[in-house]
Write a protein that binds this ligand. Structure first.
Ligand code: GLA
Length: 753
């Protein structure tokens, strides 16, 4: 090394030391005050290193870092296992690869605009009024307040701004990102793709993608595939979340990760309209997930001064496997997302009349069912479809929200009073966003549905979608719902939504604004629910979309529970619920016990098996109680009373998936209560062949030296000794006596002092 080389190494060393000193100073500033105020002491934080223009985000186990590079771009640096702020140096763009992949493309940006030779998936794509179609975003300034960071970027030429928002949720291990795109120019700007975030994973991992797909009656199928070079798109173009794919992803390492070990990067989008995730692996080994509004048929014209806010995209990282990724999301939903968070109220045991009566809903029939339900220990009675308008089947009446006078001659009040006398509260089915063409509403307002003038209106389940983007339609829906809830003592609305969009036209809007329907509809839907809930604070809502076609963390902010699938067959439900809980908490997962042979697939499973499958979520009953035998009623009463002892653990506890119904004919789940005092295990044998014995079940997440008193729901636990230690349960494991087809058991362990 020559003298110049020595001098420059020395300079680099001094620079590094100086940076470390600054960082040490900053850390002292942050952590010393924590000594006197434990609440302010969360390790989760966002730190700004001024000199180097670096932001270091600590969120749970993860560190996330980015900075401003020499071109002024916001460049991603790191997302993974914990690193200290002192471990980072300044940000430099990456070299290009020959003349084909320019540095713009090889340098991972936090929010890349399409321009300057960017060939990877952009977060923003637009057309300016003068026909220019590129946007190159540079850092302008930022505001950091506690756990909220807003960074402003600006196009290098025009006054087009992007305000990136980052939020850390202390104690939850989740980083939220979104963007607000602001038109500061004096002309309209047309947005063609507006994403919430671009998430960059470490380069060169051998990655595997997990995602959820499905269809009606077959939602929540977990898919796993190796990520190859190219783009993998999962999306909904349906106007709502959809059951074909759910806006959740988890990416792990092929050889390192399983249910309880190894790195996982995961996230979900809080949006109930069309969405898209583009998971991209470049030929040079980069991996990113870009997600937000679906750019398909997207066109959002921003008038001068106008902004568009993208949905929140929540993400996290863990080194403890896919099970932990789910647990982080569950906790986050319970503590930050659901109505009533951080302590959303427990779900009552519910009865729903749909499978029993379908559209033959009337006062006498519902009262008879209510009496039987209350004897079993049910706490909430829900009248499903068929109570309103001329709704005798799915061909008519939707949209006419008056109580059918033939079925309920005295209105709903006598039934509601009877339900209350029986010690239950009352729920009611509605489908506010839809209309049957054979309805008074449609006859009066044929223009209220989304449509392309002069073109046919395609029906699904004989219904059309009301255009909630129109403010008059929004107000109409709000006002009848408000009246319905004000006039009747309704504890729960089951809010259904039974088809996806066709002809998404909005002819009343200016042609250049008509595509805003994709965004405005969902914003107005949220507005209706938000106002309704604030006017009726005790009202709860179940989100339903012909099953689980609209479940996402945007909806979960507004509904207390969801209906995962119209498929209530207990065996199918094991897989459906396994997929569902990858992304969403069992707290919201409604699960009913219904009659056999099951209406969807004709399968007959024993009532005990049906109950235990349903008890792994929020328990409901949906069978025709008029036909239940004394023996069935006895099983039901026993199961419901057991469920009430464990429901807080199931709904709000910590879920461990001990065995997968996808991989084996034997599966099991375990829940540990938040205070770790109660543990519940459910085990299911789908079908036994060749008399094979059951695997030993090793419990997880217990204190080794704690003692637990054991109460099994039946005699299928071999190790029934009264008390067992945490070490025994985890290391030795328990043995179960399950046999034949559709056998199941549940065991409760209560910690003894
Ligand atoms: C949808 C729901 C069902 C039921 C019916 C009523 O299919 O998913 O639970 O409410 O509508 O029409």
């Amino acid at each position: 090394m020559n003298a110049n080389g020595v001098a420059s190494s020395l300079r680099a060393l001094l620079e590094r030391l100086r940076l470390r000193a600054i960082l040490a100073f900053l850390l002292v500033q942050i952590f010393v005050p924590c000594l006197s105020s434990p609440l302010a002491c969360a390790a989760d934080s966002i730190v700004f290193v001024e000199k180097e223009k670096l932001w270091i985000v600590q969120s749970g186990e993860a560190t996330y870092a980015f900075g401003v590079n020499e071109r002024g771009e916001l460049q991603h640096l790191y997302w993974g296992k914990h690193m200290g702020a002192q471990d980072f140096t300044s940000t430099h763009s990456l070299p290009g690869w020959a003349s084909f992949d320019l540095s713009t493309t090889t340098t991972p940006q936090e929010y890349p605009g399409w321009g300057a030779g960017l060939y990877t998936e952009p977060a923003l794509k637009l057309t300016l009024a003068n026909g220019n179609r590129e946007v190159v975003l540079h850092y302008v300034d930022h505001k950091l307040e506690d756990n909220d960071l807003e960074i402003t970027l600006k196009d290098e030429i025009s006054a087009l701004y992007v305000h990136l928002h980052y939020r850390v949720y202390p104690g939850n291990g989740i980083l939220e990102r979104s963007a607000r795109i602001e038109n500061g120019t004096s002309d309209a700007v047309s947005l063609e793709s507006a994403q919430s975030a671009s998430w960059t994973l470490p380069q060169d991992g051998s990655y595997r993608l997990h995602y959820l797909t499905g269809r009606w009656a077959g939602e929540w199928q977990l898919q796993t595939e190796r990520l190859q070079v190219g783009k993998r798109v999962i999306e909904s173009r349906r106007g709502s979340t959809g059951n074909e794919a759910n806006p959740w992803f988890a990416i792990d390492h092929v050889d390192e990760t399983d249910e309880s070990h190894g790195p996982v990067w995961f996230g979900e989008l809080g949006w109930s309209g069309s969405w898209r995730f583009t998971i991209e692996r470049t030929p040079s080994g980069q991996c990113r997930v870009v997600g937000g509004f679906n750019p398909f048929d997207f066109g959002y014209r921003l008038a001068p001064g106008e902004s568009l806010q993208t949905p929140p995209f929540y993400a996290g990282f863990t080194d403890a496997g896919l099970g932990e990724a789910s647990r982080i999301l569950h906790r986050f939903q319970l503590e930050r997302i659901l109505p009533g968070s951080p302590h959303p109220p427990l779900r009552p045991v519910l009865y729903n009349s749909w499978e029993a009566t379908e559209f033959n809903t009337d006062e006498a029939g519902q009262m008879a069912l209510a009496e039987k339900a209350s004897r079993l220990g049910v706490e909430r009675f829900v009248v499903d479809d068929g109570w309103f308008g001329q709704r005798n089947n799915d061909h008519s009446g939707l949209g006419d929200w008056y109580v059918n006078p033939r079925k309920f001659p005295h209105g709903l009040k006598p039934l509601i009073e009877r339900v209350h006398q029986l010690g239950m509260d009352f729920g009611l089915w509605v489908e506010p966003e839809m209309v049957n063409p054979d309805s008074d509403l449609y006859r009066a307002h044929p223009d209220w549905v989304m449509n392309f003038p002069g073109r046919p209106r395609t029906e699904g389940r004989n219904q059309l979608v009301l255009n909630l983007a129109r403010d008059d339609v929004k107000e109409y829906i709000f006002s009848w719902l408000d009246r319905l809830v004000a006039d009747n003592d309704i504890a729960l609305l089951k809010w259904d939504y039974n088809r996806n969009w066709s002809e998404p036209g909005w002819p009343e809007a200016a042609p250049a604004d008509q595509k805003k329907i994709w965004v405005r509809y969902v914003q107005n839907l949220y507005d209706i629910i938000d106002r309704l809930r604030s006017r009726h604070p005790r009202l709860q809502i179940e989100g339903c979309s012909g099953g689980g076609a609209r479940v996402d963390s945007g909806m979960l902010r507004r509904v207390d529970q969801v209906w995962p699938s119209d498929n209530t067959d207990a065996l199918d439900r094991l897989t459906i619920q396994y997929g569902f809980t990858q992304a969403y908490t069992p707290h919201v997962m409604m699960a009913w016990v219904t009659d056999v042979p099951n209406g969807i697939d004709g399968r007959a499973t024993p009532i005990g098996f049906r109950f235990l499958v349903a008890m792994t979520g929020s328990l409901g009953i949906g069978g025709n109680l008029n036909k239940w035998t004394d023996d069935e009623n006895a099983v039901a009463s026993k199961m419901i009373s057991f469920y009430k002892q464990i429901r807080a653990t199931v709904q709000d506890g910590i879920l461990f998936r001990l065995g997968s119904p996808i991989e084996s004919d034997f599966s099991a789940v375990q829940y540990v209560s938040q205070d770790s005092h109660q543990v519940v295990v459910f085990a299911f044998l789908h079908s036994q062949q060749f008399g094979r014995s059951m695997p030993q079940l090793h419990l997880r997440g217990l204190a080794e030296d704690a003692m637990y008193s054991v109460s099994a729901i039946d005699d299928k636990l071999v190790d029934q000794t009264g008390k067992l230690s945490g070490a025994y349960l985890m290391h030795h494991g328990i043995r179960l006596r399950l046999r034949g087809d559709y056998d199941a058991t549940a065991i409760k362990f209560d910690r003894v002092r």
